[in-house]
Design a protein. Structure first.
Length: 187
């Protein structure tokens, strides 16, 4: 079953990564949703219920967002916050009840809260939005990387390591650009 769970996780992570090459929102959400479904199954097999809840909430959010018009930003924001709160509460309850309050069960819960916080900051602070998002991806990736190792779903760790590396490179490039712009303005 462990091998099967890792195969599902690998396919799901391939789909999630593949979603980045598309531009249409519906196609991106479809690929990401397929990943969430496979991740949910893999995490159930591994009794990783806290992570399964976070994946389930992401799947529900993606489905809801398919039906909300692009200009309804406040509606999207409220729905996202409500779903994060639901995911945190259910994730904590299941981690306590089904996983004996294991420490690493809190990693995906913390990852979700922190990543959402960085996205919200980026949403309101548009001048450095990409920097906030990439920083959030790094922190989120580190937490999921550790979780993947703990629950023995190694594709989670591998793909998050790639995401962390790419995001750190992008952060360095963004910071270099900011420094160059700052130096030009002071000269």
């Amino acid at each position: 079953m462990l091998l099967f769970a890792n195969i599902l996780s690998f396919i799901g992570n391939i789909l999630m990564t593949s979603s980045t090459i598309f531009k249409k929102k519906n196609v991106i959400l479809l690929f990401q949703s397929a990943n969430h479904i496979l991740a949910i199954i893999a995490e159930i097999i591994q009794s990783a219920f806290a992570g399964m809840v976070q994946e389930s909430v992401s799947l529900i959010r993606n489905i809801i967002l398919l039906f909300i018009k692009e200009d309804k930003k406040i509606t999207k924001l409220v729905i996202s916050i409500i779903l994060v709160i639901i995911g945190v509460v259910i994730g904590i309850i299941l981690n306590i009840k089904l996983n004996n309050n294991i420490w690493y069960g809190y990693l995906p819960i913390c990852a979700t809260v922190l990543y959402t916080t960085f996205i919200l900051i980026a949403y309101y602070k548009t001048s450095k939005a990409e920097l906030f998002i990439k920083t959030g991806i790094v922190i989120n990736g580190i937490l999921w990387f550790i979780y993947g190792i703990c629950i023995k779903l190694y594709p989670i760790s591998i793909f998050n390591a790639i995401s962390i590396t790419v995001s750190i490179i992008r952060i360095v490039l963004i910071c270099n650009k900011i420094d160059a712009e700052h130096n030009l303005s002071t000269n």
